[in-house]
Design a protein around this ligand. Structure first.
Ligand code: PLP
Length: 380
């Protein structure tokens, strides 16, 4: 039996063949510890520096501003908790949004146990934060603002540079979680004006288990784990050279092909959208403003169709995720859709379809037919 068509690239991506090839020698031939003073060590150290330059170049940063971590969750923890620990004098208030990933929300929740107060900014019907709300929320004791670049469920892009201008004016540091936006849209830390930015390997065709944090020069971060002096002591532990090399290569490819990839993604996403609209008419509802959305993401509700039932009946043919979590006797609506004020029924009918680099037009045609067929069956 053939494999299902994978349309959940926001969950994770396969490793690009060029990335696999680049990583290969670092598993066996070049296995040295980068802290060793002899040739084996130096070779690894040089490879790490090359990758640091590749990652930095993708986001228009300096190599010295990149710290390698194990994932976006770790980068978010290091950015938020690490900043708070290093800047205790700046106050006990943090501003975030109601649509962040748990890798931000849970860090903020944890910090309340250390006496921090968190403001969760509301979003509009498309999941967008209003910069005016950010300005209003800033207090004399606001230490940090953390607002994601693009949302993982609905794809909405936040007005990061406008928020950064406000943050700067008020001398408050600003972190953004760019796990979903990198390699899909332009991410330039100078244009965005952020102080800290989270990178996730496995969302951009590098392996799972590698990430990075951009730390603008001069921004103080305290390490959360303690050990030797790797990554300037901010993230000690012997470096995972093959994965770091892989992340570097994936960033290089992302930079080289950004505009082609982005066009490819939006063309497939639009083909899907048009196809569903043509076949299902007004019974299909899109949850985001597609002019301000990641090019690959479609959050879509099918009227009177339960998303979990839909996803499970097409599961053998297509892999997509739903906008809610199914528990024993109830459906828990996603906090993102809740924050967007999407009613329960629509939220329970919402699926997330996210296309990727390997997706083809033929696959999209096939998926339109499969979904349309399943939706008609479920409505009978
Ligand atoms: C926006 C965002 N931030 C953080 C993460 C966490 O990534 P990881 O599980 O690789 O740490 C994800 C993963 O889905 C994400 O979409």
């Amino acid at each position: 039996m053939s494999k299902p068509i994978y349309l959940d690239y926001n969950a994770t991506t396969p490793i690009a063949p060029e990335v696999v090839a680049e990583m290969q020698p670092w598993f066996d031939t070049n296995f040295g510890n980068s802290s060793s003073a002899y040739a084996f060590g130096r070779t690894s150290k040089e490879a790490i520096y090359k990758a640091r330059k590749q990652v930095a170049s993708l986001i228009n940063a300096a190599p010295e501003e990149i710290v390698f971590t194990s994932c976006a969750t770790e980068s978010n923890n290091l950015a938020i908790h690490g900043f708070i620990l290093a800047n205790k004098d700046k106050g006990k208030h943090i501003i975030t949004s109601a649509v962040e990933h748990p890798a931000v929300i849970e860090v903020c929740k944890y910090l309340t146990t250390l006496g921090y107060e968190i403001t969760y900014l509301p979003v509009d019907a498309f999941g967008r934060v209003n910069p005016v709300d950010v300005e209003k929320a800033i207090r004399h004791d606001t230490a940090l603002i953390t607002i994601m670049h693009a949302n993982n469920e609905v794809g909405t892009i936040q007005p990061i540079s406008e928020i950064a201008t406000i943050a700067k004016k008020n001398q408050v540091a600003f972190h953004t979680d760019a796990a979903q936006s990198l390699a899909k849209i332009e991410v330039d830390v100078q244009q965005l004006g952020v102080d800290l930015l989270t990178i996730a390997g496995h969302k951009l065709y590098a392996p799972k288990g590698i990430g990075a944090l951009y730390i603008r020069q001069g921004v103080k971060i305290e390490n959360l784990i303690h050990g030797a002096s790797q990554e300037k002591g901010i993230r000690p532990g012997t470096e995972n050279v093959p994965f770091i090399v892989g992340l570097g290569k994936a960033c290089e490819l992302a930079q080289q092909h950004l505009s082609t990839n982005s066009k490819h993604l939006s063309s497939l996403r639009d083909q899907l959208l048009r196809g569903l609209q043509e076949k299902l008419g007004t019974t299909v509802k899109f949850n985001a403003d597609l002019t301000n959305c990641l090019p690959n993401t479609l959050s879509v509700a099918f009227e009177k169709v339960e998303a979990h039932t839909l996803a499970s009946i097409i599961e053998k043919e297509v892999s997509i995720s739903t906008g809610s979590a199914c528990h024993a006797n109830s459906v828990e609506i996603s906090s993102v859709l809740k924050a967007m004020n999407i009613n329960r029924l629509t939220a329970a009918s919402t699926v997330r379809i996210s296309v990727g680099k390997p997706t083809t037009e033929e696959e999209i045609d096939r998926v339109i037919a499969i979904i349309t067929n399943a939706v008609s069956q479920l409505k009978k």
